[in-house]
Design a binder for this molecule. Structure first.
Ligand code: NAP
Length: 283
């Protein structure tokens, strides 16, 4: 078997086109332009690249964008002060604080100061709580994008065995909850899990969210499985996923590439969440 590629780049591009159309309508009917503020603290080069990509994507769909680049020595208090200003700024519908943050700044405290309705990353405790409860919420971008990628295959999620490898608050845990809401039977594996291969061989759907290049080998994948690889690690200047792609594509039915799979969908979902936040404000 040779797996079909799930083209995240193409899907994200179609979503961005729809978003651009909706923004035009919002502007014409309500004179509202959705606005996203991104805050970055410190000099991490990869984070600066991600932030510039977000800025460019916002502009391309006609969204208002502000980027606040703060120095490494910024205190938590100074950062919270900026967030409070952005909370009160009517031009801003979404606020995102890029991680990682420098030592001395607590990510959870920072997220808790963003107004829940402007928390387009979906990391505020109210939004994660509502996600857990199955109530209406702002879903975190990467997990939301992953569910759309799986659904794009046409493979029914309900009743399937899904294995999520990784249990971080931003990725593994929320994607597992979303899969549960889709009625999958979900197993979460992590660094202390025994027999990863045994779990994976039972999976109809695999979501790899680890950050260990090619941890998941071809012989750990059940024939016909849908494989979503969220992992991204730079190895010798190349982005490498958590799945041994060349071998995995011989057994899987559908697979995402790295790059060009989950990554582009994450930004598309950020734009979608910001647009939704602006639409709610209009209502
Ligand atoms: P993280 O916070 O470091 O979490 C990694 C998870 O992997 C942890 O739960 C860890 O288990 C688990 N793990 C580590 N080694 C393992 C092993 N040998 N077997 C099984 N599980 C293992 O990372 P993250 O923030 O969730 O990100 C994961 C990956 O996704 C990274 O490569 C990141 O760059 C990528 N990512 C991509 C996007 C995107 O848009 N494409 C967005 C976010 C993240 P413990 O909990 O036991 O330590």
């Amino acid at each position: 078997m040779s797996a079909k590629l799930i083209d995240g780049k193409k899907m994200a591009s179609a979503i961005r086109e729809d978003i651009a159309e909706e923004i035009k309508v919002l502007k014409d009917e309500f004179n509202v332009v959705p606005g996203l503020a991104v805050v970055i603290v410190g000099d991490d080069p990869a984070s600066h690249t991600y932030v510039s990509m977000k800025e460019k994507n916002c502009k391309n769909v006609g969204m208002y964008s502000e980027v606040h680049r703060l120095p490494e020595e910024t205190s938590q208090e100074q950062l919270l002060e900026l967030i409070h200003h952005l909370n009160e700024n009517d031009k801003i519908h979404g606020i995102l604080v890029q991680v990682p943050l420098p030592k001395g700044i607590n990510e959870n405290i920072v997220n808790s100061h963003i107004k829940p309705e402007k928390d387009v990353d979906g990391f505020h405790a109210i939004n994660t709580g509502n996600l857990f409860l199955g109530e209406e919420t702002i879903e975190p971008c990467t997990p939301k994008g992953i569910i759309k990628l799986i659904k794009s295959t046409g493979v029914e999620i309900s009743g399937k065995n899904a294995v999520v490898v990784g249990r971080s608050n931003i990725l593994g845990k929320p994607v597992a909850i979303l899969l549960l809401h889709e009625n999958a039977t979900v197993t979460i594996c992590h660094s202390k899990s025994k027999n990863l291969k045994e779990h994976l061989l039972n999976a109809d759907i695999i979501v790899a969210a680890v950050g260990r290049p090619e941890l998941i080998k071809g012989d750990m994948i059940k024939s016909g499985a849908v494989v979503i690889d969220a992992g991204t690690t730079v190895v010798e200047d190349k982005l490498v996923g958590d799945v041994e792609f060349d071998k995995a594509k011989e057994v899987a039915s559908y697979i995402t590439p790295v790059p060009g799979g989950v990554g582009p969908m994450t930004i598309a979902m950020l734009l979608e969440n910001t647009l939704e936040a602006a639409k709610k404000k209009c209502k």
